[in-house]
Design a protein around this ligand. Structure first.
Ligand code: G6D
Length: 351
């Protein structure tokens, strides 16, 4: 395991470095302290050709100006909070809104817009390397109560696992439901779409959305619908369907409830038959939001090329979005004295 660092860009007059962990299998992950943004994952395909398998902007300016969330840590709460409000300890909390009167992905100054402290570490036996990010989010930031200490660790192992560990504490009751917004494109070429990727999910229920992309609060069975990924099938088969939950969005942007099948079991996988690359994931969270990058983007380019529709797909593990306002979606409130802890593992392989 090797760690290297290089100049990436400037933020508020500070030099921002990009840190890269590279294992002896030719897999590497890179990230920067701004937003704890994962700037690249490189893996070999079945012919041994290494290429980036994630969707990432080219520079910090595009991250700041357009905030596409590519590769960023999302929080304090992932997804949307309806009307930017919720009940907590018997009162209504109003948080800062940033999308049509709702709060999206932690608000206008979400965790993806903050400068994190970074430390690096390599296991003495070389079996793993770590990028450790820390950020203290003050009470009132984006309208949330509680001073929070947040730590996110990216570990790359010699067995090709990328492990994301989140831990956090607060000095006042506050919601916390972070996720990671990595987009995968396993072709290694972002000018290709992900529609031929095969997705498998250990899920039998999804959360339908309102017109504002908020969960309606219901959970529906996937069986017999395009949302059924219990057997691997192409992303395109779902995305291009005429289903009333899919057609208006031009694709998927839906939470899937993960059916728990014990510890250390795979919760889902994404496979690209052309390159042979596969990503399997496992998580201790209850759901995964699958977003298929349903629009082309003209605001910025990647390596000089426009960003096409379906350029990537997310596997955003989290508790169900808008849980604060949806009875039955679970409790995401962190108590003072408690330590929040969660883990998601993405494992890279070939078939
Ligand atoms: C998330 O669910 C949301 C999308 O609606 C949003 O557009 C994207 O992040 C940036 O996955």
């Amino acid at each position: 395991m090797k760690i290297s660092s290089d100049f990436y860009g400037k933020y508020e007059n500070k030099d921002i470095k990009e840190y890269t962990l590279t294992n002896t299998q030719g897999v590497s992950i890179s990230a920067i302290p701004f937003g704890a943004v994962l700037t690249k994952i490189v893996t070999p395909d079945k012919r041994g050709n290494r290429a980036a398998i994630t969707l990432n902007v080219d520079n910090i300016e595009d991250m700041i100006n357009y905030r596409p969330f590519y590769g960023a840590v999302i929080g304090r709460t992932a997804g949307r909070i309806a009307q930017g409000k919720f009940q907590l300890s018997g009162r209504t909390v109003h948080v800062d809104t940033n999308e049509g009167g709702n709060q999206l992905h932690g608000g206008p100054q979400g965790l993806d817009t903050q400068l994190w402290a970074i430390e690096t570490e390599v296991e003495a036996d070389g079996s793993a390397g770590r990028l450790i990010f820390r950020y203290n989010s003050p009470a009132g930031e984006n309208g949330f109560p509680g001073n929070m200490e947040i730590k996110v660790t990216y570990t790359l192992t010699e067995t090709n696992d990328w492990i994301i560990d989140y831990s956090a504490s607060t000095d006042a009751r506050t919601p916390f439901n972070p996720t990671h917004h990595v987009y995968f494109n396993l072709t290694g070429d972002v000018s290709q779409s992900v529609l031929n990727h095969e997705l498998k999910l250990n899920s039998q229920q999804f959360a339908p959305l309102t017109q504002d992309n908020l969960p309606t609060g219901k959970l529906e069975n996937t069986e017999g619908t395009p949302f059924d990924f219990s057997e691997a099938k192409s992303v395109g088969e779902a995305v291009l369907s005429a289903h009333p939950q899919i057609k208006p969005l031009n694709g998927l942007d839906h939470p899937f409830v993960i059916k728990k099948n014990g510890k250390n079991k795979v919760d889902g996988s994404l496979y690209d038959p052309m390159s042979g690359r596969e990503v399997q994931f496992q998580t201790d969270r209850d759901s995964v939001v699958i977003f298929t990058h349903n629009e082309a983007i003209n605001d910025f380019s990647i390596e000089g090329r426009p960003v096409r529709q379906y350029a990537g797909i997310t596997l955003e593990t989290q508790q169900l979005p808008d849980a604060l306002n949806q009875p039955g979606f679970g409790n995401i409130v962190l108590e003072p004295g408690e330590t929040y802890q969660s883990r998601t593992i993405y494992s890279f392989g070939l078939r």
